[in-house]
Design a protein around this ligand. Structure first.
Ligand code: F6R
Length: 619
């Protein structure tokens, strides 16, 4: 995930900015850059690669000034490269900006700015913002003549952000007024650090924690005007607001994890954002051909598809299994394979096969191999991935990104929810294009999908309830996860999470299959975790639970307000009610938290489980 650091004070800005960038490295990045202002001159250095390279560039050609901004970029729009690295500049090279987030309406804005003569130097969505600010500055001719640069800068910034749709954390510097930095936040974190004769702006406190622990967190819709000795706060309408500072008690390793004990827990808590960022700008209005515009997938391509074949590994494979239920709910025939098995078996693939490869890293050898084989047989390949510029993106015909930010914990959590979100976006669009569902019906899914991030936040606020249950069961040696229908893959995912991070034996099973064999393993007090929210199958599932209980199992049930009346259990976790098809997005969360706290009780190395690697690049 990109990182921002800004400094304004009375010392050499580049020292603080480089130190800040180093502290942000843990977030993952592929390029970085710095800009400082000195006597109304800007210096800009950017590199594709590590902060060490940027330091070398600065040693060769120093940057002067006591004010500046810097950034670590994790590519989302445009490949990792020096041109795409932040800070970005306006046409004259006088204004610089760093940005985290996604500008949804950047194509429309770019078209207008190009038409009015702006010259773009990168492929990023970010660059439109700096040209937009430049454009707005031009509209204050009279004030500019009078040299009222600071007033103009503030007004232009306010006007520019009013035109942007999407999510952003911004820090901007104009060489004509080097005594101030402007920053603003919408759906992307930003924090101000208050020092003595110096202040900071950053995407997270770890960037400046070494220099100050006194901070002010910006909320959505707020602007900060930062000077050496003061910070003023405004809402987007320009009205001044008062904000309170907080003293941070974290050490730097806690700060990197946002105060959480592990990256995995932090990433579990970032899932509302993962879903929101992945669906944002892709669903409304549905009639707009968003998939064609964003990923080049045209009506014609979609109409020629005969069936969908999904390949993936591990958690991504579970996302693929959920996808089968979703696509087939829209009457689109879908097959799912472990990528490794797909390569091993004989298969019928041709030019009418639409192959979807799901991979967080985009580097998984088995998945890449399956993609190559399918392409050789003429299939069209769409990649769902979290990693811009990965091998998978280069091999696929179309790429639909999940916008989750880098996942550092080895066990996949937020990337899984991002993958599911991308699948919903894709399936709804394809179903509408193929006329499998009406726009009205699609609207029903869209309306509910948009509510999911808030439901996730609500669910995560009850983490203690889930922790209490995990603590109670953390000495058990065997767990069974069961469900039916679209949540059967979530049972598999729940079992996988507990196996990989807590090293406990766990099985995921289709509840209907229990009596065909596995029920034999149930004995007194065996914990059986049952995902029981789907109204379509709830009565059958209630029967499967009775069967397990009759053999002494302890049932831990995930229910919603409607299904709970059907379910008897030792422990109940209630999740918000949503459409059956969307319920995996919520039901996964208690299982991740359950696995996390069991692993914590067992003192396992949660972020780096034994024998596992984040990216499996061998077959
Ligand atoms: C489980 C996990 C793995 C990965 C699998 C595929 O928590 O992380 O099972 O899901 O190795 O990795 P990607 O998605 O990078 O292809």
């Amino acid at each position: 995930m990109c990182g921002i650091i800004g400094y304004i004070g009375d010392k050499k800005a580049s020292d603080f900015l480089i130190e800040g960038l180093k502290r942000l490295e843990y977030r993952g990045y592929d390029s970085c850059g710095i800009a400082t202002a000195n006597e109304d001159k800007l210096s800009l250095r950017r590199v594709s690669g590590r902060v060490g390279l940027l330091e070398e560039a600065i040693e060769k050609k120093p940057v002067k000034g006591i004010v500046g901004i810097a950034h670590t970029r994790w590519a989302t729009h445009g490949i990792p490269s020096e041109d795409n690295a932040h800070p970005h500049t306006d046409c004259k090279g006088e204004i610089v900006l760093v940005h985290n987030g996604i500008i949804e309406n950047y194509t429309e804005l770019k078209e207008k700015l190009l038409a009015s003569g702006h010259k773009f130097k990168s492929e990023t969505d970010t660059e439109v913002v700096i040209h937009l600010i430049e454009d707005k500055i031009k509209s204050f001719k009279a004030e500019m003549k009078n040299g009222e640069y600071e007033t103009v800068f503030f007004k232009a910034f306010k006007k520019a952000i009013a035109d942007i749709e999407g999510s952003f954390a911004l820090a901007v510097l104009w060489s004509k007024c080097p005594d101030m930095l402007l920053s603003a936040r919408l759906h992307s974190p930003l924090v101000i650090g208050l020092g003595k004769k110096e202040n900071f702006v950053a995407s997270d406190v770890s960037a400046f924690l070494k220099f100050t622990k006194k901070v002010v967190f910006l909320e959505d819709g707020e602007i900060a005007l930062v000077r050496k000795n003061s910070v003023e706060y405004f809402n987007f309408a320009g009205k001044e607001i008062k904000k309170k500072s907080t003293d941070i008690k974290w050490d730097s390793s806690m700060a990197e994890k946002g105060g959480y004990k592990h990256f995995m827990l932090k990433e579990i808590h970032e899932q509302a954002e993962s879903v929101e960022n992945t669906i944002r700008g892709r669903l409304l209005p549905l009639e707009k051909d968003i998939l064609k515009k964003e990923i080049g997938l045209s009506f014609k391509d979609i109409k020629s598809l005969d069936h969908v074949q999904i390949v993936a590994c591990g958690t991504a494979y579970h996302a693929g299994l959920v996808a089968k239920y979703i696509f087939e709910n829209f009457e689109i025939p879908t097959y799912v394979d472990f990528a490794s098995e797909f390569s091993d078996r004989s298969k019928i693939i041709d030019k009418n096969t639409f192959l979807i490869a799901i991979s967080q890293s985009g580097e998984t050898a088995d998945t890449l191999c399956a993609v190559r084989e399918a392409k050789e047989s003429g299939a069209k390949v769409l990649a769902i991935t979290n990693t811009v510029g990965s091998s998978l993106t280069r091999e696929a015909d179309y790429v639909l990104y999940t916008h989750c930010g880098p996942e550092i914990g080895v066990a996949s959590t937020k990337a899984f929810l991002g993958q599911l979100s991308a699948i919903y976006v894709l399936a709804i669009h394809i179903a509408v294009i193929l006329k499998k569902i009406s726009l009205k019906e699609a609207g029903k899914y869209v309306k509910e999908l948009i509510k999911i991030p808030r439901f996730i936040e609500k669910l995560l606020s009850r983490e203690d309830e889930m922790k209490r249950i995990a603590d109670k069961y953390s000495t058990y040696e065997h767990f069974l996860f069961i469900s039916r229908y679209v949540n059967f893959p979530i049972a598999l995912e729940g079992a996988l999470k507990i196996k990989e991070i807590a090293y406990v034996h766990a099985e995921g099973y289709a509840a209907g299959e229990m009596k065909h064999g596995p029920i034999a393993i149930i004995e007194k007090n065996m914990p059986v975790i049952c995902i029981a929210t789907n109204s379509k199958v709830i009565k059958l599932l209630a029967g499967n639970i009775e069967e397990a209980m009759a053999r002494g199992a302890k049932i831990i049930a995930i229910v919603d307000e409607e299904s709970k009346k059907h379910i008897k259990a030792s422990e109940i976790i209630e999740v918000p009610k949503t459409l059956d098809m969307l319920s995996p997005l919520l039901n996964t969360i208690p299982l991740q938290i359950f696995a996390y706290y069991i692993a914590l009780n067992k003192k396992c190395d949660i972020d780096k489980p034994r024998n596992l690697a984040k990216s499996v690049t061998v077959r």
